[in-house]
Design a protein around this ligand. Structure first.
Ligand code: PEP
Length: 251
């Protein structure tokens, strides 16, 4: 089963509107002939600016989070309705910074996943173990739990709008990348979990990105692995010079 590669940039809490616009504009130019699927997820305050630049191009517009409710008294939160209004197509959910710094649990993440899918968004569901969980031999247990609970109640008919990003937490922003072989073991395991939940056909179609210090010099080796279908890129997505070589990696 051939899956297309999907390269996403998570800009986190970086960039003013002007800086975001400059980066987005350069990416539109550089990636217009790119062969893969692309996404940028700016910080909330830059989404509208970037939306106007990427609209109608081969770069999708992402958000880094959303509220678990549609609207109401939720100070500081941003709703799926507001993201839709800005042209957002994809929402990253369950990122390790949301899980561990902001204490989002599987129940809350699952609520957001279902709400985003109900409103027609594509969801990138991030999963991944902490270093102590890896050292305790719990990689599979953690990734299985986060996948199963994250997708609880998600109908098979919505699965085409779900992407999984395996991001070992110890590799995020640390410069330590999982070896392609180590990452592949987990990706293959997660695909098996999807097969148990939804069947082999659905599992064979599921895009599973790798995230964690992906750089130009390791992207091709990672994505050469059978079950690694792209990358969710943090730090290296903030500069054209570092993101474009990843986005245009040679398969
Ligand atoms: C991320 O935050 O999703 C990420 C993978 O970050 P980095 O590429 O900087 O490790």
């Amino acid at each position: 089963m051939s899956r297309s590669y999907y390269i996403a940039g998570n800009w986190k809490m970086h960039n003013t509107r002007a800086q975001s616009a400059e980066l987005a504009q350069a990416l539109v130019t550089e990636l217009k002939d790119g062969k893969h699927k692309y996404l940028v997820a700016p910080t909330f305050s830059s989404i509208e600016t970037v939306s106007a630049i990427v609209e109608g191009t081969n770069i999708r517009l992402g958000a880094q989070n959303c509220a678990a409710e549609e609207q109401g008294a939720h100070t500081g939160e941003v709703s799926v309705l507001q993201l839709k209004d800005l042209g957002v197509q994809t929402i990253i959910l369950g990122h390790s910074e949301r899980r561990h710094t902001y204490k989002e649990d599987d129940v809350l993440i699952n609520k957001k996943v279902k709400l985003a899918l109900k409103h027609g968004f594509e969801v990138i569901l991030c999963i991944g173990e902490l270093l102590e969980e890896r050292e305790a031999g719990k990689v599979e247990e953690v990734c299985e739990r986060q996948t199963v609970k994250g997708l609880e109640g998600v109908d098979a008919s919505d699965l085409g709008n779900v992407v999984i990003a395996y991001e070992p937490v110890w590799a995020i922003g640390t410069g330590k990348t999982a070896t392609p072989e180590d990452a592949e073991v987990v990706h293959a395991f997660v695909r098996k979990v999807i097969a148990c939940l939804y069947g082999d056909n659905a599992a064979s179609k599921m895009i599973i990105q790798y995230g964690g210090s992906v750089k130009a010099d390791n992207a091709a080796q990672l994505m050469a692995m059978e079950n690694i279908d792209g990358a969710l890129v943090g730090g290296a997505s903030l500069k054209v010079d570092t993101f474009v070589p990843i986005a245009k990696f040679k398969s």
